[in-house]
Design a protein around this ligand. Structure first.
Ligand SMILES: NC(=O)C1=CN([C@@H]2O[C@H](COP(=O)(O)OP(=O)(O)OC[C@H]3O[C@@H](n4cnc5c(N)ncnc54)[C@H](OP(=O)(O)O)[C@@H]3O)[C@@H](O)[C@H]2O)C=CC1
Ligand SMILES: Cc1cn([C@H]2C[C@H](O)[C@@H](COP(=O)(O)OP(=O)(O)O[C@H]3O[C@@H](C)C(=O)[C@@H](O)[C@H]3O)O2)c(=O)[nH]c1=O
Length: 308
């Protein structure tokens, strides 16, 4: 059985983003030998490698001789995916499949990160075995990745995350940092939707859980989200509270139509997941999202105190 510890060789594609930071930190804490690559290089421990270049990735992986391959690389801006569907398809779909094939040819396990956002949202909560019904280019590309990897890579783990929170003010590209940037710019009112339901997922917990699953030898597809469920308004409310700004900044609830210009990609009304399989197999290491948000918010509170 794989034990990710001192000296274990781990290749991480797409490690320059939100989740990449937490994965790198976890691997570094374990003393693993890491090759972390991306197309953006915000840190010196990253090297350049584009996952859509099959020949390059084959050289990368063969040369490094990993014991485990993680693929975090994706286009995660849903609007960009709608605008550039071919690039989204190549990056999120085809490249995920190709990396899996290379890992399989090297006879090592492959971890692919997938998303809660691949359902039509007509149900309230989705467990691991619900058939996907993607409604956006992003979601369709991720469904392709899931099914191709499941069909062609024997030693695969596919882990589905929900609304990701992580990476801090420097790397977080999603809801928390989008709110924070408005706060930093002096907003006294934040407009937030209540008609989108999801399961926040803290990258720190996700990374720890990922290695726990990858060490289990129980290959397959898993939902891996924080405990509890939420809507965007609730997350914003708790975030303001943890920043000590409740009462100072107004939260105005608006329908999703309010954002139809900025966030024009279709998003399901619900992308709430439950970790049924992780629970059944005793592999669930995820805390409640609110506990995680309290912890995560400290990075933003510290930033508020700094001179700009
Ligand atoms: N963020 C979220 O809310 C969620 C994310 N996920 C999944 O989690 C995984 C990790 O994403 P996350 O860290 O959150 O998002 P990020 O966008 O922060 O990280 C993804 C990284 O992949 C990079 N990337 C894009 N294209 C390529 C390429 N061709 N070759 C190599 N790297 C590339 C991105 O660079 P660049 O910034 O230039 O695009 C980025 O640095 C992804 O598979 C994503 O689909 C699942 C659910 C929710
Ligand atoms: C900035 C802002 C957004 N919103 C809402 C509108 C919209 O529904 C949503 C957009 O925020 P985000 O960009 O964080 O969310 P989004 O792009 O929907 O996040 C998705 O990312 C990809 C990668 C996934 O895999 C999905 O599962 C999902 O997590 O938040 C507000 O309500 N108020 C605001 O001030």
């Amino acid at each position: 059985m794989l034990n990710v510890a001192k000296g274990t060789r781990v290749y991480v594609a797409g490690c320059g983003g939100m989740l990449g930071q937490a994965v790198y930190d976890e691997l570094a804490a374990r003393g693993a030998v890491i090759r972390a690559t991306d197309i953006v290089l915000p840190d010196p421990w990253l090297a350049l490698a584009d996952v859509t270049d099959f020949a390059l990735m084959r050289r990368e992986l063969t040369g490094f001789a990993p014991e485990l391959v993680l693929n975090l690389a994706a286009m995660t801006d849903l609007e960009e995916c709608e605008r550039e569907p071919e690039r989204a398809w190549r990056t999120n779909g085809e490249a995920a499949e190709n990396l899996g094939r290379i890992a399989a040819s090297l006879d090592v396990p492959y971890v692919l990160i997938s998303t809660a956002g691949m359902f039509d949202g007509l149900k309230d909560v989705y467990d691991d075995d619900e058939p996907p019904a993607p409604i956006s280019v992003y979601a369709k590309s991720k469904v392709h990745a899931e099914s191709a990897v499941a069909a062609t890579v024997p030693m695969h783990y596919i882990l589905r995350a929900g609304w990701m929170m992580g990476g801090g003010p420097r790397k977080d590209k999603k809801f928390i940092n989008k709110l924070f940037r408005q706060i930093q710019a002096g907003a006294r009112v934040l407009h937030v939707v209540e008609d989108k339901l999801g399961t926040p997922t803290y990258t720190v917990d996700f990374a720890r859980g990922l290695f726990h699953v990858a060490e289990s030898g129980q290959f397959g597809l898993y939902n891996q989200v924080c405990e509890g469920q939420a809507n965007r308004r609730l997350v914003a409310e708790r975030f303001l509270e943890y920043l000590g700004l409740a009462g100072q900044i107004e939260l105005k609830v608006v329908p999703s139509d309010y954002f139809s210009g900025e966030f024009f990609a279709p998003r399901p009304a619900s992308e709430q997941l439950v970790n049924r399989k992780l629970n059944e197999r005793g592999l669930n290491r995820m805390r409640h999202w609110d506990v995680c948000l309290a912890e995560y918010s400290r990075q933003f509170a510290a930033e508020l105190g700094k001179p700009r």
